[in-house]
Ligand binder design. Structure first.
Ligand SMILES: Cc1ncc(COP(=O)(O)O)c(C=O)c1O
Length: 362
């Protein structure tokens, strides 16, 4: 006998990327920043006194929200801080979607969306992306026709890294009648020369929530901190009704604030990642491994028909390099590779050359 709700019994859980114990593995599978947290975070950590843990933390992380508000030129009321972006995704479903309503997802994208929808017990409709990994021009009309209550759009797109412009996102938000969640988990890695900025949209429209995380751009995946930016009418019900009273802890709030206030260090890591993304894209192309133009910290590599992505993934793993393989429609001949440090990327290319030259995976 099972006490699980029927929808929980029927669903499969999220399959996380492998998290190996050994530090020797070159980990290019879960899109972490390859650079460590900056000196300001190290100093803040060593400055935390254990007595700070006796009391409950600030319930809405006000000091951190004030720093974030300054950074994005919005009001602290436009920001909710969450225990990772994953908590924000769960909160938007709990707050805005009834179990008999339907959410929309541009497919393929972050596989957690489907898991959260299944756990919430709402309906879900997938809308296929175009061959260039972008949404079709009539995406909003398709969503409205299907009476979609909330739509998740990841931009830059995961797993391709392709960026949709702020103007296109704004048009989608204007035309769509439901809540649009723009998942910007990877936006920090967009080339500044693109001038990409979706924050102004939340000042004009009341149906948009932007997700940002400390996990990627700020090298703090282990801390579990993220935030949402949106109109006060969207933020308030999550802030004061549906989130846990103390959803983020004192240490996490303190370190996240230190990271946000050291933009110089964060920007340094983003520049390194962009430079290496460029280098890696070119080197992979020399090996006949092509990928769509990525504005993220990963590349979606197409494995030519002479080889198998599944076997290439295994061959890399056996040589101590982890990348991500998704055995899913449209992705089964591809590998998603996180951009690593200079040394990690050079090793990857060297190992790939060995595997491909030997033809050992054909
Ligand atoms: C597209 C996307 N959105 C959101 C997240 C959530 O990140 P976190 O919960 O670490 O903040 C991830 C993590 O990999 C992601 O890939």
């Amino acid at each position: 006998m099972s006490f699980e709700r029927k929808n929980i019994q029927a669903m499969a859980g999220y399959a996380s990327g492998e998290q190996p114990d050994s530090a020797d593995v070159i980990k290019l599978n879960t899109n972490e920043n390859p650079y460590p947290p900056g000196p300001a975070v190290v100093a803040a950590l060593s400055g935390i006194h254990v007595d700070n843990l006796r009391r409950y933390p600030p319930p809405t992380a006000l000091a951190l929200r004030e720093s974030l508000a300054r950074l994005h030129a919005v009001n602290p009321d436009n920001i909710i801080v969450t225990n990772g972006g994953d908590e924000l995704l769960r909160l938007v479903l709990a707050t805005f979607v009834a179990p008999d309503e339907c959410i929309g997802i541009a497919e393929p994208s972050y596989s957690l969306y489907e898991v959260l929808a299944a756990a919430h017990g709402c309906n879900l409709q997938n809308f296929a992306l175009q061959a260039d990994w972008k949404m079709s021009a009539d995406f909003a009309q398709q969503l409205n026709a299907a009476k979609i209550k909330l739509c998740f759009v990841v931009n830059p797109h995961a797993p391709s890294g392709v960026l949709t412009s702020a103007a296109e996102i704004e048009k989608l938000a204007r035309d769509f009648k439901g809540v649009l969640v723009i998942d910007e988990a990877y936006v920090d890695f967009v080339d500044p020369s693109a001038g990409h900025d979706c924050i102004p949209i939340i000042r004009q429209l009341e149906n948009v929530i932007i997700l940002r995380t400390f996990s990627k751009g700020y090298s703090l995946a282990g801390l579990r901190m993220a935030y949402g930016i949106g109109a006060k009418s969207l933020i308030n019900p999550m802030q004061y009704k549906t989130k846990d009273s103390y959803n983020t802890d004192f240490i996490a709030q303190t370190l996240a604030q230190a990271a946000i206030e050291d933009q110089t260090y964060a920007k340094f890591t983003w520049r390194q990642v962009r430079d290496q993304r460029h280098w890696l894209t070119n080197e992979l192309a020399r090996l006949n491994l092509f990928c769509p133009p990525s504005q993220s910290n990963f590349l979606l590599v197409e494995v030519p028909p002479t080889h198998s992505a599944a076997i290439l993934y295994q061959a890399l793993k056996s040589q101590g390099i982890l990348v991500r393989y998704f055995n899913l429609p449209g992705l089964a001949n591809r590998l998603r590779i996180t951009v690593g440090t200079v040394a990690q990327n050079s090793k990857l290319i060297k190992v790939l050359m060995g595997i491909l030259n030997l033809g050992s995976d054909t």
